[in-house]
Design a protein around this ligand. Structure first.
Ligand code: GRF
Length: 218
């Protein structure tokens, strides 16, 4: 009998560029489905083009958040995934949903959490005047954007940056760290322990020598 190939389900709401990066990186898992809560999500077409089954569960068809989450959870459970990967999925998931898939839901958030949870993170960063900004891959818990942190990438905030220029610089790094972190989870190099403790066996995790300083010579 062959070893179990991990199964993942990816949830999207829009463009799906992180989903694309994950599909391109050929993580060691079978992507059983891409599910969108928006029928018009551009990522659905690219998933289909990559030969992945797609499903739409339109949140507008459900009167209550709990009903949408229950339908979504049932659709996901049919694939019996090891990991549920949120890639630009713009719905807040209920505690009930997250209990059902505890410690199996991961997300990428476009800020260096715990700074700037929620929406408009690049605007928040510009308004706060931070000199470093970035992205975070984390486990999803009921506390919005506050689950255990698995990986982060930092980028400089440059003079003249707009929300768009900053978002583009962060997105490049999202496309690097999300597939890499998923691979590490799938290969057991990052493990989750009780109480939200994250253990790393990844090469490089002990290499603290690199620092991103901005401006480089204050
Ligand atoms: C990304 O910036 C992601 O971090 C955030 O929403 C955006 C989605 O982009 N959660 P895409 O759909 O992956 O292109």
């Amino acid at each position: 009998m062959s070893a179990h190939t991990p199964v993942i389900v990816i949830l999207i709401s829009g463009r799906g560029s992180n989903m694309d990066a994950i599909l391109r990186s050929r993580v060691p898992a079978r992507v059983a489905a891409v599910i969108s809560n928006r029928p018009g999500a551009a990522g659905l077409a690219s998933a289909s083009a990559a030969g992945i089954a797609t499903e739409v569960i339109d949140h507008r068809a459900y009167a209550a958040r709990e009903d949408f989450d229950a339908a979504l959870a049932d659709a996901i459970a049919r694939h019996a995934p090891d990991w549920i990967v949120l890639a630009g999925f713009m719905r807040v998931l209920t505690p009930r949903f997250l209990e059902r898939f505890a410690n199996r839901v991961v997300n990428i958030h476009p800020s260096l959490l715990p700074a700037f949870p929620g929406l408009h993170t690049h605007r928040q960063a510009l308004e706060a005047g931070v000199r470093l900004h970035g992205a975070t891959v984390h486990v999803v818990t009921p506390a919005l954007d506050h689950g255990p942190i698995l990986a982060q990438a930092a980028v400089p905030v440059l003079p003249g940056d707009t929300e768009d220029s900053l978002a583009a610089r962060v997105l490049v790094q999202e496309h690097r760290i999300y597939p890499a972190t998923l691979r590490a989870l799938l290969e057991g190099r990052i493990t989750l322990e009780a109480g939200g403790v994250v253990r790393f066996q990844s090469p490089g995790v002990e290499q603290g020598g690199k620092a991103l300083i901005n401006p480089e010579e204050p």
